[in-house]
Write a protein of this length. Structure first.
Length: 439
């Protein structure tokens, strides 16, 4: 099988398989909008999450729209993951596998370097554009809890599934070493939740209660991003540059409204006769909670094109967030990341090792959600690599592999450890917008 057929089949099958897999298994996903997803591609996520400053000629960074102006080729990225959870409580422990789609992104450099070289044109301007689809939140849980008081036993069952996805459209421009980008995003989600309270079967005069809540939401948002590179100079070099580069970057997403529609039903089930009777129904109740502002800042340093390091900070304030139909305690969130990457030397035709990229990182953060007045914490380490694949026209694409080991939750209440294995394909093509001339 040639490489074109392989990529074509992979592109068709992976989204289908990903959507058919269980998306997540986490009791904490019942709180707020669910478990947040980073939206980063694997090459950035393997660095611990350097979303504010990461940019590359061949790899995408859809989280900061300014990064699209640094692309030197058209790049398509699709990623999937499999994740193993170990969930511990003071009384029990369970283990689950889940998996799904990470992202589908396409980035386009609107300036073709071949054209400029053939036509002898020089310009300090570059332009890029990107579109993509990525999970924003995920909900998936199935929890049972039994309590006994005064010889009355009640079993509580909680279950939920769903989540949200965001469609992104980004445009970016770069003048000399500064790039500015704007992203328009459309958020769309749907979640189904049930709660069932069952009394002891021998207590015939009690009724079991079933609560069913389906809600959908949508919203549009805007994100502004910027990235600036400073190239250190060396007059002894032919091009006047030392090869080292300092990078500063950041983005901000203002708060936006989330239009939420809720259908809620409460059923009463007789223990004696098993008859179900609906005692409450709310059809298409409307709420408009406000998503808070998000922001991130980062700084990085690249050493002579050999490797780069960086740190990144993300934050938001969810203290005033309320879904309307159910209030969950929320607070300030934060995430601090650091990462290292051995950069690939794409011109090293004598060594496959030199063309490979190696990445490592770590992160620590506070989730905005609270449980019993305790805030959820999350931390972990990441490692990964980019393995080059040469396809026709000598464009170099990458197969990216990544491993993330982390812990999230509240140790005194419910603690989750996980191992996440990820894979993505980053395909590049430099022939877009190439003006072919025949003589």
């Amino acid at each position: 099988m040639n490489i074109k057929k392989f990529f074509f089949i992979f592109g068709l099958l992976v989204p289908t398989v990903a959507f058919c897999q269980p998306q997540i298994q986490s009791p904490y996903s019942r709180i707020g909008l669910g478990n947040f997803q980073s939206g980063e591609v694997l090459s950035s996520r393997s660095l611990g999450g350097l979303s504010a400053i990461y940019h590359d000629r061949n790899n995408l960074n859809p989280v900061n729209p300014a990064s699209f102006a640094f692309l030197g080729a058209t790049s398509f990225d699709i990623g999937v993951h499999a994740q193993n959870y170990t969930i511990k409580s003071p009384k029990d422990q369970i283990n689950n596998w889940a998996g799904g789609l990470d992202n589908i992104n396409l980035g386009v450099s609107l300036v073709n370097d071949y054209n400029r070289e053939l036509e002898g044109r020089k310009s300090d301007w570059r332009f890029g554009m990107g579109i993509g689809l990525s999970p924003y939140t995920r909900v998936g849980y199935d929890v049972n809890n039994t309590t006994t008081k005064d010889d009355i036993t009640v079993n509580y069952e909680f279950a939920g599934e769903g989540g949200s996805y965001q469609v992104n459209w980004s445009n970016a421009a770069k003048y000399k070493n500064f790039a500015f980008g704007v992203n328009w995003g459309f958020l769309l989600g749907k979640v189904s939740e049930t709660q069932f309270n069952q009394f002891n079967d021998t207590i015939f005069h009690f009724y079991n209660n079933e609560y069913i809540t389906d809600y959908s939401y949508k919203g549009t948002n805007l994100k502004l991003g910027g990235i600036w590179d400073y190239h250190f100079k060396d007059k002894t070099k032919e091009n006047g540059l030392r090869g080292d580069r300092l990078t500063l970057g950041g983005y901000v997403q203002p708060g936006f409204k989330i239009k939420t529609t809720v259908n809620e039903q409460i059923n009463r089930i007789s223990n004696a006769f098993g008859i179900k009777d609906s005692i409450f129904y709310a059809d298409e109740a409307q709420y408009t909670p406000k998503h808070p502002m998000l922001y991130a800042l980062g700084v990085g340093y690249a050493f002579k094109g050999l490797y780069r390091v960086g740190i990144n900070y993300e934050g938001s304030n969810w203290s005033d967030f309320s879904r309307g139909f159910r209030d969950d305690k929320m607070g300030r969130s934060s995430k601090f990341s650091m990462g290292y990457e051995k950069l690939p030397n794409l011109k090293a035709y004598d060594s496959y090792w030199k063309k490979m990229a190696f990445r490592a990182g770590a992160f620590y953060g506070k989730d905005p959600r609270f449980v019993n007045d305790s805030q959820i914490r999350r931390y972990g380490i990441t490692i990964g690599g980019g393995f080059p694949v040469i396809i026709p026209r000598q464009d170099i694409s990458f197969v990216n592999l990544g491993l993330e080991i982390g812990r999230e939750g509240i140790p005194s209440d419910l603690d989750q450890t996980y191992v996440k294995i990820s894979m993505s394909f980053s395909l590049t093509d430099k022939s877009w917008f190439f003006k072919q001339k025949y003589y």
